[in-house]
Design a protein around this ligand. Sequence first.
Ligand code: IVH
Length: 664
Amino acid sequence: MKPAIEQKIKSLREQTRKHDLLYYVQNKPEISDKQYDELFSQLKKLETEHPELITPDSPTQRVSEQPIEGFKQVTHAIPMLSIDNTYSAEELRAFDKKVAKILETKNYSYVVELKIDGLAMSLRYEKGLLVLGATRGDGEKGDDVTHNIKTIRAIPLSLDGNVPDVLEVRGEVYMPKKAFAKLNEEEEKQGESLFANPRNAAAGSLRQLDARITAKRNLSFFAYAMGKTSRKIAKTHCESLEKLKEYGLPVNSNITKAKDIEQVIEICNKWEKKRFELDYQIDGLVIKIDQLDHYEILGTTGRAPRWCMSYKFAAEQAKTKVLSIDVQVGKTGILTPVANFEPVLLAGTTVKRASLHNFDEIDRLDVRVGDTVIIEKAGEIIPQVVEVKKEFRKTGAKSFSPPAKCPQCGAKVEKDEDGVYIRCISSNCPAQFKEKLRYFAGRDQMDIENLGPAIIDQLVDKKIVGDFADLYSLDVKTLAELERMAEKSAQNVVDGIEKSRTQTLDRLIAALGIRHIGIQNAEILAQHFGSIDEIRKATAEELSHIDQIGPVLAKSIYEYFRDSNNLKIVDKLIAAGLNPQYTKSQQSDKLAGKTFVVTGTLANFSRSQIEQTIKENGGKLSSSVSKKTAYVLAGAEPGSKLDKAQQLGVKIINEEQFMKLIGK
Ligand code: IVH
């Protein structure tokens, strides 16, 4: 009985793998999605009945049901370098000249590849099995994202043929244009913010702790080079790509050999237009020397190899029409004009709006509602208006005049001291307050988990929260009555708010949103004064004498604490129990030399707080359990780290025991 089942399972795996290859790598599917799903569920069923027959490279093992708790850092066996850029034929010729000079020969040729606009990835196969997927990181060290990489069906979990024992493959994880459009459509429906481009979406997808989310993102992959290999597999770059293909890895089919730089330039020119026909985004071409034995002689310039060069396309432009100009109000009251366009496709995304930055910029461009404009993406990401086509302007189009009143609250507006920005000066403007509240709850400030923008909008619009301190009297019942909220999500918000009560003084100062006072300046103030009470008593002169606090900052702080509204808010916060006192960053060495790993949700600490507390007591927080881990601190619903701790015999403690360790 058993061998027959084993055979069946093996055959189902082989078939699934074959169709993955046909679909994701060769782009010529032979069966329908439904037929594929049937194969998959048959396999899944047999494996559920016979779990002992599951292998790590079975297609059923792609999506882990268990989220990881944090990203481990891994050191790349060979650093992942970047590529120098050229923008013209001239620069390409100069590159070629340099190559010929160093090699002292013209005996080399080129390979031109597409520069896929995604994320560099290093895949490590050991004995043909995928064991690691790591991001580029700083080039030396990246994040271990194996759990997410496995969900990408273009990436084989095991390789075919005579594969070296160790094979590192370098390539690009990318999101096809279609998958990107679908994802943004979903995000929009959910009221979430949109991804600016496929590259960001791919990056965001790989940053997920839960592989089930990544699996839904339809990422794909192209291999374009090798990292470390236990034996040489080729003499030329083209041969190595052929080998990677033979092993079952996806290699882009648009790879062209060029005998010299003039041919390279021809190929570059051809792609300048043709790039829009692709169903994934590219941002240029990569030109590589084909003969691998030249690589060592050419060496690197530090961050980029000399055997490789990229040719970047000029920023893509699009023509569209300005339908209207909105004015948004920021956290400090600054009014920002934003142009709404007739939707237009630009560099892979549909662009509907772009910031016009300020009213001087509107004047400079002389952009008017109804105008035909040329837009471009700054750094390939942020759309901007670069030109107004005045020849298409309708007679009578009026120039845009800055609002005389705040478009949100109707209060007076004033020009900034430098004359560029216009600001709503009301201290009661709800639009400003929403932005302030978002900032207050932000990750570098009070780090209030689960208090998202949609909740903030409702809390302000319904007048439930009128100042920061009101957050601290919110209850589950009130929150649960908001739109798209329920008991559980309301409880999560309350828990997030509760945890923020014990944030440190520097974070609280930063959260107040005093002009020019971000977290770094807040830290200086916290260190100098030790408490909010002391800061508010400080004179302008005293403030300006603090090292690194100049007169502009001093004035801003001084004035903030002379405004009766601000003082009321500060008093209310203190009354709500938020009155942190500054303590030197290392309070004790009770945890000196000890490495902690945290798993599950803690009742009294957010992630940033527990990390800080461990550090303050001389300890270290790590994301993975090893024999060197001194303690695993387990909260509610701990994850696999707990099992790992048990396996390794690492001491497991709860929050109460942790408090005892630090003498609290
Ligand atoms: S080769 C030494 N080939 O471009 C670098 N890179 O801007 C070897 N990229 O980090 C990389 N398509 O993520 C190479 N066909 C291609 C590529 C490619 C996209 C990315 C890669 C690299 C970045 C540099």
